[in-house]
Design a binder for this molecule. Structure first.
Ligand SMILES: NC(=O)c1ccc[n+]([C@@H]2O[C@H](COP(=O)([O-])OP(=O)(O)OC[C@H]3O[C@@H](n4cnc5c(N)ncnc54)[C@H](OP(=O)(O)O)[C@@H]3O)[C@@H](O)[C@H]2O)c1
Length: 479
């Protein structure tokens, strides 16, 4: 009695590759329930051009697939360069040159194979190549028209064009009236880009303007019958750059506070934004962090650097230092070398220290004006009463920047009497400051802290969570 030696895994794969036109040999080296993966796991458009693509099962599939391959292509050269084996695994790397029979177009592409072999039978086979190139050998002229089989007529392959998006529309007065709608994807105007949103960050102004009818109408254009879409902070990918856009192109990762004050319309899967209000997200920075570093970061940048002229000689008092604006303010002031004192409450005091503050004050336990008497610069984001007290903390010649109350009446008189410059700062979308924030992110000098991230479907819960936010930012992420 003679026994036939079982082929090694490498020999098995080599036997298969040398006999792809021979069904009898294929059946001796491929297990009846073997898995065959060619190129993409499952792509309907690719399968129209090359029907052998996708994940299939059974030895007969190996036979049928290669029968189709050889119906469509003539092999000019099949060149395995390296073949490796380890246990049941075999890897093959090489290149092939084929000519499409329908169009006589020649293509050369690298390929790789991962095969798994047990007892001389292949039970898994994955074949990868440059799909773009190989499908291209069946393409007629411009993209879209193909002929693969000589016996079949040419056909069109077009990817379905997405024209609608999901967006949260404010149907009434207040955040509880946010509802998901399917809307047309907006078109970028001259100078704008269309962004596929990957992350949105929320700000107190979102809620404030959802509640006040007059502001809401003015800000969101509801009076013109437009859908009210709230939100200003986005991070995402440029899908298309509109006319006259310079410096941004499709595929760029961008972030920014868009169209503020105005209709940012950020609570949506797509948004349009003036290219000059955006910055490129630095490498290694997530969409989530970038979105967080939009309005809440350019506000203290504009207030402390633009208006406050912060420098390393300054002692700076920052109120609300644990919040969205405050935690960026602390880090921005520190990046300029200033001595920073932050006000916060409870557990947030440790957080404020952790982001670099030199000194913290629990505003619930102490009067900050009793502790600080010689500040050079104050950032006040609280209210008029707080601002009046903030003026007591500043030395003559110092600066107080308010994000809330205007310097008028008592406030104006007190500031003047003390020889203090009082400035009210209102943020506005601007790419120059956004770029400064991008630079600080890239150098690691500021680090956005996301208190909690929600999914897009959970956006209403994210808005509700702002009332109870512990520290840092609340963001929404999209797939
Ligand atoms: N003018 C502008 O351009 C502009 C731009 C952006 C924001 N803002 C305004 O600035 C404010 C802060 O915005 P945000 O995004 O940072 O809000 P946030 O993330 O909600 O943070 C607010 C922070 O304020 C703190 N806080 C509350 N009462 C305080 C007090 N009496 N003293 C000190 N800290 C106090 C809270 O700290 P604890 O939890 O530690 O108590 C909280 O962390 C908001 O009113 C917002 O509308 C204005």
């Amino acid at each position: 009695m003679t026994t036939t030696a079982v082929l090694t895994p490498i020999e098995t794969v080599k036997t298969f590759l040398s006999n792809t036109t021979n069904p009898d040999v294929i059946r001796t080296v491929v297990a009846p329930d073997a898995t065959y993966i060619s190129l993409n796991y499952d792509d309907p458009e690719l399968q129209r051009i090359m029907p052998w693509c996708g994940t299939k099962k059974g030895a007969e599939v190996f036979i049928d697939n290669f029968a189709m391959v050889w119906e469509c292509w003539e092999a000019l050269e099949f060149k395995p360069r390296e073949i490796f084996g380890s246990g049941e695994d075999v890897a093959v790397f090489g290149s092939f040159t084929y000519k499409s029979k329908a169009l006589a177009q020649t293509v050369t592409t690298p390929f790789s194979i991962l095969a798994k072999v047990k007892d001389g039978m292949i039970y898994f086979f994955q074949f990868m190549e440059d799909t773009f190139a190989t499908a291209g050998s069946f393409r007629i002229g411009s993209a879209g028209k193909y002929q693969s089989f000589p016996k079949n007529p040419p056909f069109e392959v077009t990817r379905p064009k997405v024209t609608t998006m999901q967006a949260f529309v404010l149907e009434g007065n207040g955040p509880e009236t946010l509802r998901l709608h399917s809307l047309a994807i907006p078109q970028p105007a001259d100078g704008e880009v269309l962004i596929r949103t990957k992350a949105i960050s929320l700000n107190p102004v979102d809620i404030a303007t959802m509640k006040i009818e007059a502001v809401r109408n003015g800000l969101y254009g509801a009076a013109n019958g437009e859908d009210v879409i709230v939100g200003w902070d986005v991070a995402g990918d440029v899908v298309v750059a509109g006319a006259s856009v310079k410096g941004l192109k499709a595929g760029d990762r961008v972030f920014g506070c868009i169209k503020f004050p105005g209709q940012g319309k950020a609570y949506a899967e797509y948004a349009t934004a003036p290219a000059d209000q955006l910055a490129i997200i630095p490498e290694g920075v997530s969409y989530e962090s970038a979105a967080a570093a939009s309005m809440a970061a350019i506000t203290p940048y504009g207030a402390l650097v633009g208006k406050g002229k912060v420098s390393k000689k300054d002692k700076v008092l920052i109120h609300g230092a644990a919040g969205g604006v405050g935690h960026f303010a602390v880090q921005i002031a520190k990046s300029f070398g200033a001595y920073v004192i932050g006000t916060a409450s409870g557990a947030n005091l440790d957080f404020v220290k952790s982001i670099g503050a030199d000194q913290v004050i629990d505003y619930r336990k102490e009067k900050f004006e009793d502790v600080v008497k010689d500040a050079d610069l104050v950032l006040d984001s609280i209210d008029a009463a707080n601002l009046l007290r903030s003026l007591d903390t500043v030395k003559k010649g110092g600066r107080v920047v308010s994000l809330k109350a205007q310097f008028e009446g008592d406030l104006d008189q007190k500031a003047k009497a003390k020889g203090v410059t009082g400035i009210r700062f209102g943020v506005y979308s601007n790419g120059a400051d956004q770029q400064k924030i991008a630079d600080l992110l890239a150098s690691g000098k500021i680090r956005p802290v996301v208190f909690k991230a929600f999914t897009f479907a959970e956006l209403p819960q994210a808005v509700a969570a702002m009332a109870t936010v512990g520290y840092g930012k609340i963001v929404v992420t999209l797939g």
